[in-house]
Structure formats: C-alpha cells, structure tokens
Design a protein around this ligand. Structure first.
Ligand code: DX5
Ligand code: ZN
Length: 216
C-alpha cells in the first residue's frame, strides 16, 4: 500500500516557519499537517488562521488541517477559506459529528474524523461511510515529540478491516511519535497517511527521513 507523509508544522523551527515548510516539501513531504490547538480541548495552544494565511505562499502540497479545538464547526469556514484540502476534527469535541462532516463537505473540502488514544473505534464507526479520512491518534493530542503508544495499533487494524469491508478507500492516518520504526508497524496495520513532526524536521537529512517512513 502506498503511504503518504504529512509533515507536522509543529515540529519545525517556528521562528522560520515559511522556510521550514518550503524545505520539508522539497524534501518530499506529500502533505503539510497544520495542528490547531485551543488551550481547551488540549492543554496547549499552537497557531490558527493568521499563521496559515501567512503560510499560503509557501504551500505547494495539500494542507491537512488538524483541529484540536472544542466545537470545531465554528472554524470550518475559516480553514476552508484558507485553502485546507482536508479538515479533521475530534469526534470527542463535536456535539453532532455528522453536522460537522456535512459542513466541511458543503465547502468542497475532505472531512476527517479523529479519535484520541482512549476513545474506542465505536465512536467513529457511524462515520466510516462518509468521512474521507480517519485519524487514529497514536499519542495523546497536545504536544509534538511524544512517544508512540503501541496500544493504539489495534484500532488502526480494526478500522482498516472495517473500511475494506465497506469497500471504502478513505485515508487512514496516524499521528504522534511516528519515526522509521513506528511508521512501519502502522503501515502494516493498514495506515496510509503518516503524520510526522519531530522525527522528520529534526533529521540531518530530511529527505532520507521521509523516505525511511514511506519506502514505497
Ligand atoms: C500532536 C499533534 C501532532 C504532532 C506530531 O498533538 O497532533 O501532529 O505535532 O508530532 P511528532 O511527530 O513529533 O509526534
Ligand atoms: Zn496533528
């Protein structure tokens, strides 16, 4: 299965974010992953619309926006206007996930649904027929640079089985602690989009690091 690498901006040197985003795309990143944290759904705050607006001229590949915010429907229009190709929100943060998916689709954007490590697969099951991407968090959301939680792998395999049974080719994404070793076991479990921040941005040879997590 071909895998894509989505480079998490949170892992770059934020004092030169534009150059960093240009560099990681030249190194072979397939998507740019933009983590929005509100200090409420998760403890930390990251960046939001003004930063993505400033980044627009530097972006050449699809933008994979990951909303770690409460009541995500409030920001769908803003992130659609800024050219997100995928908008992913947390199922735990939405009162009516179907309404959020429909709103994202109404803007012509791909809709992703995400679950935290403690959230069971049953929470996303009702949306496997209509979501374009399922994101299984492999760390507790909130910070880059954390250690991969192997107990999340079972959920990746389970969702891969369900998507295949439904005949759906939705993306199955993993995010958190992805490096050469953890990427391989996630791909074997059925993931086909690998988010990586600290591993690829921290590498001396970023192109080699990207190739090491998507060797096909
Ligand atoms: C974590 C974010 C991730 C994070 C990944 O809450 O959603 O996208 O930046 O960073 P690494 O690859 O360093 O775990
Ligand atoms: Zn993320």
């Amino acid at each position: 299965m071909n895998a894509l690498v989505s480079a998490s901006v949170l892992g770059c040197d934020l004092s030169k974010i534009g150059e960093e985003v240009s560099d990681i795309q030249s190194a072979g990143a397939d998507w740019v992953h933009f983590d929005v944290m509100d200090g409420s759904f998760v403890k930390s705050m990251s960046f939001g619309e003004p930063v993505l607006r400033s980044l627009r001229p530097y972006l050449k590949v699809p933008v994979d926006t990951h909303l770690m915010i409460v009541d995500p429907i409030r920001y769908v229009d803003d992130f659609a206007d800024l050219g997100s190709d995928v908008i992913t929100f947390h199922i735990e943060a939405a009162a009516d996930p179907q309404e959020v998916i429909d709103k994202i689709h109404s803007r012509g954007v791909k809709a992703g649904v995400s679950i935290k490590p403690a959230t069971p697969v049953s929470a996303v099951k009702p949306y496997l027929e209509c979501a374009d991407l399922i994101l299984v968090m492999t760390v507790d959301p909130g910070f880059g640079g954390q250690v991969f939680l192997p107990e999340t792998l079972g959920k990746v395999s389970e969702i891969r089985y369900m998507l295949d049974s439904l005949g759906r080719d939705a993306y199955l994404e993993v995010d958190g602690g992805i490096n050469q070793k953890t990427a391989r076991i996630c791909r074997e479990a059925g993931a086909n989009v690998l988010v990586s921040g600290s591993y690829i941005f921290g590498a001396d040879d970023r192109a080699a690091a990207i190739r090491s997590i998507k060797p096909f």
